[in-house]
Ligand binder design. Structure first.
Ligand code: AGP
Length: 345
């Protein structure tokens, strides 16, 4: 079995462990955040971790009324012109905790008096050691170069922090259901694997989501790029309509994330347009109508609150990228030209 397959399958257990081990730490961090009363949140991260940061923009924004900006690390490392983050909660998200530019953003912010938090899979790393607070995602070693379980664990950590800051039992109760929902989503893997040959010659692909699942579109696209070397882009449904839809011609592969939530009417409408253009659509949804508009469909479990759907919706994309890479004959655990730790200056 490939490492990535094992790591994808571990995700329900990783989330269950995170919720058990980190709840009291998340509550302690939430107390510090309340006392600091930040006016905004700034998140520094790269790659997959940056996609988790996009999730926080919606979770913190919609659930807590906290605006979230993504950091511009080059301002700190190349231009030596750190912006004023003194009233911010500054979060560094990094599976390895080794990214020096992420560490620099937190160091500059801390010198300005900001509150700093590291979310990593490496408690002994420089990022975890230097931040005032650390939330350990505890995903266990991730040996496959492409991140899978560390991504969902980062989402889980952000959801846990959201629940602790919201301070109500309902958020925690919904989160506690997630390991079961992740396991149910994994049950779709064999079917996705059975389509791999159909996509063996796929040379480009776009992924579309909206709102909470904007991050999912980005992350699925990144997995297809890293594992299958397929050029493409993740788009918000809103942006896609304003021009890029012109690319769509018969057979153009599109992954569409359309859970049954506030975004659904918009996503259904887009699916109709994609169908009119004969796109090859892979639809990830729990809505019958959206699934019926697909060329290939993946059914998500029902009953997941909108703010938690990114934890499940990404899994079929991880599985698809892995199977297509295998069908293409690529080394899924060690894609060409990639290292586990990306060093940026
Ligand atoms: C993940 O699939 C990618 N290889 C990449 O985004 C990776 O997650 C990132 O470069 C690692 O940086 P981090 O350790 O700071 O998260």
């Amino acid at each position: 079995m490939h490492r990535i397959e094992i790591e994808i399958a571990e995700q329900p257990d990783v989330i269950a462990r995170l919720l058990k081990d980190q709840r009291s730490n998340a509550e302690k961090i939430a107390t510090a955040i309340r006392a600091f009363a930040p006016t905004f949140v700034c998140i520094a991260a790269r790659g997959t971790s940056d996609n988790a940061a996009r999730y926080a923009q919606y979770a913190f924004g919609a659930q807590l009324g906290l605006p979230v900006m993504l950091a511009t690390p080059s301002l700190h490392t190349l231009y030596h012109a750190p912006p004023n983050l003194s009233r911010a909660l500054v979060i560094g998200i990094s599976q390895s905790g080794q990214s020096d530019d992420v560490r620099q953003v937190l160091a500059d912010a801390q010198a300005q008096g900001a509150l700093t938090l590291a979310i990593t899979n490496a408690p002994d790393s420089p990022l975890a050691q230097n931040a005032e607070y650390h939330l350990d995602i505890g995903a266990g070693e991730e040996r496959s170069v492409a991140a899978t379980k560390t991504y969902t664990a980062q989402l889980g950590a952000l959801a846990l922090l959201t629940s602790a800051l919201a301070g109500d039992a309902e958020h925690f109760a919904a989160l506690d259901q997630m390991p079961g929902h992740l396991a149910a989503t994994l049950a779709t893997s064999a079917e996705i694997g059975s389509w791999a040959q159909r996509y063996r010659y796929m040379n480009f692909c776009v992924a579309l989501g909206r709102g909470y699942n904007f991050c999912t579109a980005f992350e699925i696209n990144l997995k297809l790029q890293e594992l299958c070397y397929i050029p493409g882009h993740g788009y918000s449904e809103a942006d896609f309509r304003h021009g890029p839809i012109a690319m769509i011609q018969p057979g153009f592969p599109v992954v569409v994330i359309a859970p049954n939530d506030r975004t659904l009417p918009l996503m259904r409408d887009l699916l109709v347009k994609l169908r009119e253009r004969d796109a090859e659509s892979i639809v990830i949804s729990d809505d019958d109508e959206a699934l019926a508009l697909a060329t290939r469909s993946v059914r998500l479990p029902t009953g997941i609150p909108e703010w938690l759907t990114p934890l499940t919706a990404v899994i079929p994309g991880q599985v698809l990228a892995m199977h297509v890479a295998l069908a293409k004959g690529y080394p899924v655990d060690a894609p060409r030209g990639l290292n586990k730790v990306t060093v940026t200056r």
